[in-house]
Every structure is written in C-alpha cells, then in structure tokens.
Design a protein around this ligand. Structure first.
Ligand code: GLN
Length: 280
C-alpha cells in the first residue's frame, strides 16, 4: 500500500467518524507513524508504507476516532512557533491565547520599565514560557492550582528555554510571593453546565481547567480581586475570557480600582482578551 492510498483510507475513516478535518488529520497521523515531517510525507506519495508504520497509523486513527485530539495523540502542540508537550492533564494551547501573548508583548514594548511578570493558571506554561523566550531579560514566574501540571510546566520550560522557570503551586495568587508589573492568565472561563455537557459527549480536556462557575466568570473575578494586592500601581492585568463576559469583568475591574480597560479581539473578531491597568 502506498502513502497516497493509506492517506485516502485514513481520510475516509475519519470522515465517517465525523472528524472535522479528515485529510489534514490523516496526514498528521501518518507523519507521526512514519516519524517524518508532513512535507516529507507529501513528497513520498508513491512510496510503500511498511507494515509496522501502517499498524501504528491505524492505532493512531482509532484514537482520533474515539475523540482524542491530534495534539494529545502526538503529545505536542505548536504555540507561537514553540513546541509544547501536552497530555490530558492540561488544556491544548489555542491560537486565541497567542493574541494574549501578543498583547503582553505590545505592552512590554510600550513600557520598557516593566520587569516582573506572573502567569496564573499556567497549565502547559505556554504564556509564561513564550514570553520568557521572546524577552529573556524579564523576570517571569508561573503558578497553577493543580499539582499534576507542575511536571508538564517544567518539561516545557526546559524544552523551550533550556532551564526551568519558577513555578508556584497556588490557588490563583494566594501562595504566590512578591509583587508584579504584569499578571497574565487564561483562567477556566466556560460555564459549568457547558463543560458538563461537553464531558458527556467525551470532551478530553481536564474539566477543572475549563469550568469557570455558573456564568464562567468566577475564577476571572477572583483573580481581578487578588491582583489588586499583587500588582504594583500602574501594573497591568491581561486575561483571556469569553466575549459575553467582558462587560461583567469591566464592572468588576472598575470597582476593584482598575483603569484604562480595553478589550482585544481574537482572529475570528470575537472579544477575547481583557486588559486593565491598576490605578496609579
Ligand atoms: N478557549 C477554551 C474554549 O473555548 C476555554 C479555555 C478556558 O476555559 N480557559 O474551549
């Protein structure tokens, strides 16, 4: 069987399993099974696939049909051109979160005196590690409430930076020492009921990294309140949130003493990143 033949076969298997991008996923999984790049795969269409690689490919297709995302199957996800290890213990980094990273970088370019950064609810560490990679002179720490995340964070930090960033095990900022110029977070922000419904249909990501309470804003609002104590005056808070939460978060931030609130849209034009500045 040729590469071309098994790709078509995989595409059809995934199509009938209602996978959204069957050809792309078949290509990624066959590349994974053959341990070669997608580009190499596409230049090898007439080549024969060995039995060992074919069996491996079929096993990966089975996992994909059972609802595993490609990133968990491959145990990796690209984010801001870096390579992150991911598994069922952490959310898969999303392009939406790259918007938050970009906004943090804009803020840092505008405010050259900013030095100390903290990333709460860090998960795979994609925000903290990417920012440190882009601006090595910054002091960046990260935290997460879930102990199972720590190992993944260190792995990603060592893989992308060649050294481990500081990680605190902490419920939001409760056990995070010191004060900061910029606090970032992609907190859980989906409605509990939505996450429960997603879980019923087999959603593979950790529910505690998604559940943001009754209306999805519980964690973000706690973070806004805690940030008041942890930000230097004039410091910034950057949060990822859902478009329908922005008004509510704006109210919470204004009453907590934040000013200069702005909302940044994601690639699909939806309001996705909430930015506010501590009064000074
Ligand atoms: N962006 C995710 C989603 O919409 C939610 C991530 C989160 O809760 N932090 O599925």
């Amino acid at each position: 069987m040729t590469v071309q033949y098994v790709l078509k076969e995989g595409q059809s298997i995934l199509f009938y399993a209602e996978v959204e991008t069957p050809m792309l996923d078949a290509m990624i999984l066959l590349s994974e099974a053959r341990e070669e790049s997608k580009e190499k795969l596409l230049s090898s269409l007439p080549e024969a696939v060995s039995e060992k690689d074919y069996l491996r490919y079929r096993r990966l297709l089975d996992l994909r049909c059972s609802g595993q995302p490609v990133s968990y199957i491959r145990r990796r996800k690209e984010f801001y051109s870096l390579d992150f290890y991911v598994d069922e213990r952490v959310l898969v980094p999303r392009p939406d979160t790259e918007i938050l990273v970009e906004e943090a970088l804009n803020t840092l370019h505008e405010m050259p005196l900013i030095r100390r950064l903290h990333d709460a609810c860090t998960g795979s560490g994609c925000i903290a590690i990417t920012l440190k990679h882009e601006l090595p002179e910054l002091e960046i720490t990260a935290s997460d409430k879930f102990p199972e995340v720590e190992e993944i964070f260190y792995l990603n930090s060592t893989k992308n930076l060649s050294f481990p960033l500081t990680f605190y095990l902490s419920d939001l900022l409760e056990d995070v020492p010191g004060n900061y110029d910029l606090i970032t977070a992609n907190p859980p922000y989906l409605k509990d009921t939505d996450v429960e419904n997603m879980k019923k249909i087999g959603w593979p990501e950790p529910e505690l990294a998604l559940k943001g309470g009754l209306d999805g804003t519980t964690v973000a609002k706690r973070l806004i309140e805690q940030s008041v104590q942890k930000l230097y005056s004039g410091g910034f808070l950057l949060l990822e949130a859902a478009p329908d939460q922005m008004k509510d978060l704006m109210g919470a931030a204004e009453s907590a003493g934040f000013r200069e609130i702005s909302i940044i849209k994601d690639l699909a034009g939806r309001e996705r990143v909430f930015k506010a500045r501590m009064h000074y």
